[in-house]
Design a protein around this ligand. Structure first.
Ligand code: GDP
Ligand code: IMO
Ligand code: MG
Length: 427
């Protein structure tokens, strides 16, 4: 069985939790794009596990984590994550594989990300400043350095020194401190020793796994609205987020019977700049932010809040071929008197689709809302769809009908066990 998890909004939909849940019996959990701009949370009882590069499925005893070629790696962050897991009793010995094709996030990438953001001033994009854009830019312009070079150390030394010298010139133009090449090389030498044991031919491993019908979970990062092509660019991330990224990012062609899960948060959040048609800035937004603890897993920044935008999600469903939905954080909406859902856009007096919009249209358009009556009950302990308040059922049923995709999981709290499964079978 193959499960692919896709964030359908602007990220932070609760993908980490769903990966952990659906990956219970997975043989492999795979990160196939993005870098440590991702922050995926798994909660088990009192303990919180924030993942940035290691697949969230790794906590399951027999699951092997795989980081494939589409992922870009900050070695310092990866090693810290490995340490954190070890300290919490999860050894990664024989449980983590890293492709030698992964590109490395270098100190100069982080410095460049920071320098560009500062230079943009009031037009800053609000990146995570983790070096994502500059690393992918180097990848496509043949200036990247891969784990492959780490394996072949003298090639690494040569390429790193060459690139760092050029980047230092650019950093100088920004008036930024240059990278200390010698110091960086010494650090990379230390990282190298620790990382090399995990390097493997992930292509071969996954080809074999697909052929022998192993249970695989592909963990998408970010959200379709941040996809490098399908976002309101330049308010994007550096990678493709859509289903096709599994092919380019892991070398796998997904079989027809793949479960393509769209994770939808019952409202929406966004970190960073850019248009957000259904954004709210009032008391309700603060209430949702505090109750849903909408603060960045990676940067700690307060997340912007908006009503659920089904026009945008419908686009994600189409572009990714989503055939199952996991709806998350519906518990956070308890206590609101009225709820709104965006069911379409109006621009200059006419209907406009998400696919027609760039950032200018998305900034100016008017969302068309459908209003719902809220519910006051705490639903976090409910495990049966039929036990949910009627108004909550109406809200969920509407989403399902609008998107024409079955909602199979309703998550009503951060913990692994706070879920309502396949409610249709029970009603
Ligand atoms: P991801 O990036 O999509 O994996 O999402 P994040 O981990 O960045 O943010 C989701 C946050 O919501 C995390 O703190 C989760 O523990 C939490 N969470 C996930 N599902 C639920 C849910 O159904 N209800 C509540 N209250 N919190 C949830
Ligand atoms: P997960 O996987 C939320 C956003 C950043 C910024 C834009 C570009 O946890 O859902 P980048 O550092 O990628 O160049 O920043 O993309 N962004 C995310 N927002 N969740 C994420 O990942 C994100 N990954 C990138 O906030 O607006
Ligand atoms: Mg996140």
């Amino acid at each position: 069985m193959i499960n692919l998890i896709i964030g359908t909004q602007w990220g932070d939909e609760g993908k980490g939790k769903i990966v952990d849940l659906l990956g219970e019996t997975a043989d492999y959990a795979v990160r196939f794009h993005g870098g440590n701009n991702a922050g995926h949370t798994v909660v088990i009882g009192e303990k919180k596990f924030p993942f940035h590069l290691i697949p969230s499925g790794i906590l399951r005893p027999k699951t092997v984590g795989v980081i494939t070629n589409g992922v870009i790696i900050d070695l310092e962050v990866l090693l810290k994550e490995i340490e954190f897991l070890k300290e919490n009793g999860f050894s990664l010995k024989n449980k983590l594989l890293i492709s030698s094709r992964c590109h490395l996030i270098m100190p100069y990438h982080k410095a460049l990300d920071e320098a560009y953001e500062n230079a943009r001033g009031k037009n800053k994009l609000g990146t995570t400043r983790r070096g994502i854009g500059p690393t992918y830019a180097d990848k496509v312009s043949y200036n990247g350095i891969r784990v492959y070079e780490l394996v072949n150390w003298s090639a690494f030394e040569e390429k790193f020194s060459f690139q760092a010298k050029i980047k230092n010139k650019i950093l100088k133009l920004f008036g930024v401190e240059p990278i200390n090449i010698k110091k960086s090389l010494n650090e990379f030498k230390k990282y190298r020793e620790k990382i090399l044991p995990y390097v493997a031919d992930t292509f071969k491993v996954l080809q074999e796994a697909v052929k022998s019908k192993k249970n695989i979970i592909f963990e998408g990062a970010h959200g379709v609205m941040l996809d490098n092509d399908f976002s309101p660019y330049p308010f994007a991330t550096g990678s493709n987020v859509v289903t096709g990224a599994v092919n380019t990012g892991a070398g796998v062609i997904l079989p027809k019977d793949t479960n393509v899960w769209g994770v939808i948060k019952a409202y929406l959040s966004r970190v960073g700049g850019g248009p957000l048609p259904t954004e709210i800035n009032d008391k309700i937004a603060s209430l949702i932010r505090e109750k849903g603890w909408e603060y960045g897993t990676t940067t700690g920044r307060p997340r912007r809040i908006g009503w659920l935008d089904l026009e945008a999600v419908k686009f994600s469903v189409k572009v990714c071929g989503i055939n199952k939905i996991a709806l998350t954080k519906i518990d956070v909406l308890s206590g609101l008197e009225k709820l709104k859902v965006c069911v379409g856009y109006q621009y200059q007096g006419k209907k406009i689709d998400y696919s027609e919009c760039g950032y200018l249209e998305l900034t100016e358009l008017e969302p068309v809302y459908k209003e719902f009556s809220g519910w006051s009950e705490d639903i976090s302990k409910i495990r049966d769809f039929s036990h949910l308040p009627k108004n909550c059922q109406n809200y969920i049923n509407f989403i399902e009908k609008f998107l024409e995709v079955p909602i199979e999981i309703i998550s009503v709290g951060p913990d692994r066990n706070q879920n309502i499964y396949k409610f249709k079978d029970r009603t």
